[in-house]
Design a protein around this ligand. Structure first.
Ligand SMILES: NC(=O)c1ccc[n+]([C@@H]2O[C@H](COP(=O)([O-])OP(=O)(O)OC[C@H]3O[C@@H](n4cnc5c(N)ncnc54)[C@H](OP(=O)(O)O)[C@@H]3O)[C@@H](O)[C@H]2O)c1
Length: 312
């Protein structure tokens, strides 16, 4: 399946896990590989012959699930510690990979949270923002020199929620405990992450980098995400709406695996399933809402840069 590198109109195509090509001699990082979509992505890649670095915050949990990922696979998996919400952890992880001479095919920025109440990560950054936006962005920047081989890429696991949000998130409100609302914060974080990914695409193109910045989303998938629901709205969504429309983690992971491995992959679009579970195609939809606005993207770049360098 070949899809043009950039697209300004919606397209859809059939793509199944069986369509995934062999990935021998290729190295992928999957953040948050201990559960849900990340675990499936890592397992499928190892079964396709890849070397997969499981970038996880909980080493004990990772060692427990390692056999699930590797058994019967022809590739390899190794576990490395990474707390994406901590800038010192992101820097240490990137330094260790560089020191070990790792050559990367793709970084799958999958780790994500939806936190019920206001919390801060290790650097004092609000936790949803640190995990879903700042950490993945700085990780991609830091790993840039390590990408090699044909069509290397950074894959952001985004959310279709952000495509449906018309108004731009208020960046000042993102760090205010008194204004914290779980669903609004999660959606805003995914809008910011998408905006950052498009801005990164533009910056990579400007320096003629071979690295691509692509966005995939799982639709709604049955994973640990629903267990994080806190308030009444989030709980109702998780207990009533999600079970009706959710896909299996394997089905949700399809778009991420396509985005991570397809020889040609479009940028500045969302790649993911449609709303109906009976629709087995992957849809390629231009980035919409605030993330489509270059001025907002510049503000997000500055916001991420300021947060990542602010003293804790
Ligand atoms: N499920 C859906 O319907 C849906 C829809 C749209 C987008 N997404 C996105 O898909 C991605 C994967 O989520 P999921 O649905 O698979 O949920 P999940 O089962 O809760 O998995 C989240 C993963 O992220 C890891 N993680 C969280 N914070 C981390 C940190 N600071 N450092 C390193 N790893 C961290 C978790 O590790 P632990 O095991 O240590 O907790 C876990 O492995 C997220 O980015 C999410 O926003 C999901």
């Amino acid at each position: 399946m070949t899809v043009s590198r950039e697209t300004d109109k919606e397209t859809a195509f059939e793509w199944r896990l069986d369509d995934l090509a062999e990935q021998r001699d290729r190295t992928f990082i999957v953040t948050g590989a201990t559960s849900g979509l990340g675990l499936v992505v890592a397992r499928v890649l190892v079964h396709a012959g890849a070397h997969v670095i499981l970038a996880v915050r909980d080493l004990i949990k990772a060692e427990q699930i390692l056999p699930l990922i590797t058994s019967g696979g022809t590739g390899h998996a190794e576990v490395r510690e990474l707390d994406v919400a901590s800038m010192s952890s992101v820097n240490a992880f990137a330094d260790a990979l560089a020191g070990d001479g790792v050559q990367l095919t793709a970084l799958v920025n999958n780790a994500g949270v939806s936190v019920p109440t206001f919390r801060q990560g290790a650097d004092g950054i609000e936790l949803t923002t640190a995990t879903n936006v700042v950490g993945p962005a700085i990780l991609a920047e830091r790993l840039l020199p390590l990408f090699a081989g044909p069509a290397p890429r950074v894959v952001l696991v985004g959310s279709n929620f952000s495509q449906r949000t018309r108004s731009a998130p208020d960046l000042d409100r993102m760090s205010k405990p008194e204004e914290y609302r779980q669903l609004r914060q999660y959606t805003a974080s995914k809008v910011l992450a998408a905006a950052w990914a498009v801005d990164f695409s533009d910056r990579l193109a400007a320096i003629a980098s071979p690295v691509r910045s692509v966005i995939a989303h799982p639709g709604v998938a049955r994973t640990g995400m629903s267990d994080q629901a806190g308030g009444p709205v989030a709980k109702a969504l998780a207990s009533v709406v999600v079970p009706r429309i959710a896909r299996t983690p394997e089905d949700g992971a399809r778009a991420i695996l396509f985005a991570a491995t397809a020889p040609d992959v479009p940028e500045r679009v969302f790649i993911g399933p449609g709303l109906r579970r009976s629709d087995a195609r992957l849809h390629v939809v231009p980035v919409r809402g605030a993330a489509a606005d270059p001025a907002f993207r510049s503000r997000v770049r500055e916001f991420v840069s300021a947060l990542s360098t602010a003293p804790a």
